[in-house]
Design a protein around this ligand. Structure first.
Ligand code: HEC
Length: 100
C-alpha cells in the first residue's frame, strides 16, 4: 500500500513539475513563441526609448544581432547586460517582425 501511494505521489509530482517547467519560449516545432518573445522584446527595448525606435527599422539577422548586442551593452546601466537567452529571443522576434 505504502509503495503504491509513493508511486502515485512521485508520478503526480512529475506531472506537476513537468507542467510548470514546460518551456514557455518554444513551441513544439522549435519556433519561438511570438507572444512570449514580444513580451521579452517590449520589456527590455522600451526601457530607454520607445519600441518604435526598433520597429521602425528593417534589418537582417546580422543587423539585429549587432543592434541588440549594442543595446545590451547600454543595458549595463540597469546593472547587467541583457541575458543571452533573452537577447536571442529578441533577435528572433525582430528578424520575424522587422527583418529584411
Ligand atoms: C539602456 C538603454 C537602452 C536600452 C535598454 C535599449 N536601447 Fe536602443 N538605443 C539606446 C540609445 C542610447 C540609442 C541611440 C544610440 C545608438 O544608436 O547606439 C538607441 C538606439 C536604438 C536604435 C536605432 C539605432 C539603430 O541601430 O538602428 C534601435 C533600432 C534600437 N535602439 C533598438 C533597441 C532594441 C531592439 C532594444 C532591446 C534589445 C533596445 N534598443 C534597448 C538605448 C537603449
Amino acid at each position: 500500500m505504502y509503495k503504491i501511494l509513493l508511486a502515485i505521489t512521485v508520478v503526480s509530482l512529475i506531472i506537476m513539475v513537468g507542467g510548470v517547467t514546460a518551456p514557455a519560449q518554444q513551441t513544439g516545432s522549435g519556433e519561438v513563441d511570438m507572444v512570449a518573445a514580444k513580451a521579452t522584446f517590449e520589456s527590455y527595448c522600451s526601457k530607454c526609448h520607445d519600441v518604435g525606435r526598433a520597429l521602425g527599422k528593417k534589418k537582417d539577422q546580422a543587423g539585429w544581432e549587432k543592434t541588440v548586442t549594442r543595446m545590451s551593452g547600454y543595458h549595463k546601466r540597469f546593472g547587467a547586460r541583457i541575458p543571452e537567452e533573452d537577447r536571442n529571443t529578441i533577435i528572433k522576434y525582430l528578424v520575424e517582425v522587422a527583418g529584411k
